[in-house]
Design a protein around this ligand. Sequence first.
Ligand SMILES: Nc1ncnc2c1ncn2[C@@H]1O[C@H](COP(=O)(O)OP(=O)(O)O)[C@@H](O)[C@H]1O
Ligand code: SF4
Ligand SMILES: [Mg+2]
Length: 404
Amino acid sequence: MTLLDVRNLTVTYAGGAAAVRGVDLRLEAGRKLGLAGESGCGKSTLALALLRLLPAGTRVGGEILLDGEDVLAMKWGRVRAVRWAGASIVFQGAMHSLNPVRRVGDQIAEPVLLHRKATPAGARKKAGELLEHVGLPAARASAYPHELSGGQRQRVMIAMALACDPRLIIADEPTTALDVMIQAQILRLIEQLVAEQDVGLIMISHDLAVLAGTCDRLAVMYAGRVVEEGPAARIYEAARHPYAQALSAAFPRIGDPASRFAPRGLPGDPPDPSALPPGCAFQPRCPVALTSCATEDQPLRAAGPHRRAACVRVTPAADGTAPLRDAPAEDSATPSPTEQDPATHGTAPLRDAPAEDSAAPSPAEQDPANGGRDARDDTPGDSPASRPDPVGAGEPEEARPRNP
Ligand SMILES: Nc1ncnc2c1ncn2[C@@H]1O[C@H](COP(=O)(O)OP(=O)(O)O)[C@@H](O)[C@H]1O
Ligand code: SF4
Ligand SMILES: [Mg+2]
């Protein structure tokens, strides 16, 4: 059975901020899904919603099936049990998540006592074992959080998350506050634990490079929606959605002097979720927006093997490199049948790919002019259900100049 199946999840905070707007996610045990996006795009809100940790007054819609059981329909007693044994969260900034006046061993032992019905001695023993499992001596159980380094505290948080053998671990920016050496150690530790224990992992980060190196698949969020999803390495190397492209270009690549000396940023900020622009939420910042983007929103559509993206310019053509650039007015090139991937068409929710699309596209399959295609280039086979009406179908679209 699928470990986690999130269907059309919506979260609106009491003040009216629509922080998550119809997200589908699917994760199998033993797989690693990365959730990327700038600060404020709804990643943490989504993570908190999965375990019903959002503040009172927040409206949550959709379904969150954990091992087939809807978390949103559970009674509170069941939710509490699920928070440790079903799924657990490793938060960003361990100093704020640990109780500063309690020894870390006691903090790790607490959920074992509560949810595993262990004796105090048994829970202490388990805490020591967990510390060793995450690379700390069991004797550190007697330390207070301030006596540990940032990396050690994050290891303690991971030990706590593992305390009740959860089936799913959600790691929300687990390495953001750490220096790169420690970050690498913590990432390897998380990977190793996922592999050993066959749990599912949702890793949240603004850093696409970190996610590409750790996860099997990636979902890029913008303004509360997934705007692109697919195999992690392919999205990092050749994103199709203009926002995912910008996010990827913002991180310099090792061995690529051009990106190192001139990392590209994206001007502006994500929109306020209580006052979202009409049409595509990325339109005010999009360097390749069409006139119609100001009024027409786009659902996720096939964007290559095992990939989907929510952009009027994306076709289901082969997974190609698509540099961000100003749009030419039109590009009528329609991909040949060999470039199309009928298997990816349709409305399947975000899921782990059965196999990575490891075959690199041949030059002929590549789509360097992706940014120049307009809505009319949508190829046959893109499910009408997933794309009710191609923007500007049958009418020429105007290219807009780049936003200042
Ligand atoms: N408790 C809250 N009440 C109202 N708005 C919130 C609350 N928490 C987060 N938000 C808003 O929801 C949006 C998404 O926030 P968040 O999920 O923290 O994003 P991310 O984790 O991607 O940085 C932001 O605009 C943020 O200001
Ligand atoms: S081209 Fe249009 S639909 Fe695509 S990301 Fe830009 S604004 Fe959104
Ligand atoms: Mg966050």
